[in-house]
Design a protein around this ligand. Structure first.
Ligand code: F6R
Length: 367
């Protein structure tokens, strides 16, 4: 069952190259120039009529949605709001028939997400579900469904479902962008080529698990830490922070790096671990200044950045982990991997039940 791994979570982390390949399989044309999603019922005409998007989900699935927002906004150029499912349905969201509501759920059974889906449909919106379970309640009730092909996820902490949700957002974003002419064919082909390189790049990251294990073990002695990032890295920081809290029970906060100096910096003391994501080249220098702010208070910083920065970042951080180069929009599919491994090895070092963390259920079917 665990295929030789000690825990389901570790197995599922290692399943990710396959999950990426399977989720892309048959959805990219043979010439690599277009996305085909025959499962969608929404017609190109209907898609052309959509002028706003709401992405609604819970927990890790919502974090995938935060990346999805950047993907759709940058590729399709349509405004996207994201919301926690348990908040969405009680705030009278402004939904019109030209709103596309995207619900994201690994299990397809999360009660709050299902209730948000029903509320959106009641208000006349079309609902697209991204889910891992064929025949789940969410899959049955949504108007359109994109199945992630991550395979069954057993560990309570979601890993391969999250990253496969990212792949689903990339595919849908590219498909939509081409349908309305928001991107040209060459751009789409370029992004698809980079996506097809992701599985092998994930394998390269996984082969460096030992380095990450050491970082995780040193973090496990601390009671609190920060994840910081800007733009899409901030979304990934939130996922890294949730994962760590969930299975290692170490308190952490994810912060937009530029926001630290507006209060929270006071919590950084001598030795506080800070995990800083710097995968967005256009925000790299800004991130370095934010790192400096934390170092000035004694932070011990792990920088996660693109390959090629190793030498020069060494002056700014205490430790570093380089991820293979990809396109800026695709980095979450790589940068989340070391964060998953950090939470796994920290939990292991503390002797917790990695696959069944306390107080949590795999599928939350109460509101
Ligand atoms: C975190 C985790 C939860 C779920 C959330 C939504 O690792 O697993 O935060 O992501 O309960 O579950 P689904 O995706 O099944 O709707």
């Amino acid at each position: 069952e665990k295929a030789g791994f000690d825990h389901f979570m570790l197995k599922e982390i290692h399943d990710q190259p396959k999950a990426y390949r399977d989720t892309m399989l048959g959805r990219i044309s043979d010439d690599g120039r277009s996305v085909d999603l025959p499962e969608l019922n929404i017609t190109p005409e209907q898609l052309k009529g959509i002028n706003r998007v709401h992405i609604v989900a819970c927990g890790t699935a919502l974090h995938a949605g935060l990346v999805g927002k950047s993907v759709i906004e940058s590729l399709v150029r349509i405004p996207v709001e994201t919301d926690v499912a348990s908040e969405y349905r009680y705030r009278s969201p402004i939904i019109t028939k030209d709103t596309l509501v995207i619900v994201v759920s690994q299990s397809g059974e999360t009660a709050d997400t299902l209730a948000a889906l029903r509320e959106a449909q009641r208000c006349g919106a079309r609902v697209l579900a991204i889910t891992n379970v064929v025949g789940s309640s969410v899959a049955r009730e949504a108007d359109d469904v994109i199945i992630t092909l991550a395979g069954p996820e057993i560990a309570v902490a979601s890993t391969k479902a999250y990253s496969s949700q990212l792949i689903a957002f990339y595919l849908f974003g590219l498909y939509w962008a081409r349908t309305i002419g928001a991107q040209d064919e060459a751009t789409v082909a370029h992004i698809l080529a980079a996506m097809q390189a992701l599985p092998e790049q994930v394998e390269r990251i996984l082969s460096q698990s030992d380095t990450i294990k050491e970082v995780a073990e040193s973090i496990s002695h601390h009671s609190s830490l920060f994840f910081i990032g800007r733009g899409i890295d901030y979304a990934v920081a939130m996922e890294g922070s949730l994962k760590l809290k969930e299975i290692s029970y170490i308190h952490s906060e994810a912060y937009a790096a530029g926001e630290l100096k507006h209060g929270t910096l006071a919590l950084i003391e001598e030795g506080t671990p800070v995990i800083a994501l710097l995968t967005q080249e256009d925000l790299y220098e800004k991130m370095l200044s934010n790192i400096k702010e934390t170092k000035a208070r004694g932070a011990h910083v792990l920088g996660i950045m693109n390959e090629g920065h190793e030498e020069e970042i060494a002056k700014s951080v205490d430790r570093q982990f380089a991820i293979p180069r990809t396109l800026p929009l695709l980095t979450p599919a790589l940068s989340v991997i070391p964060l998953q491994l950090i939470s796994y090895y920290a939990s292991l070092a503390l002797g917790h039940d990695v696959d069944k963390p306390r107080n949590l259920a795999k599928s939350v079917t109460v509101e």
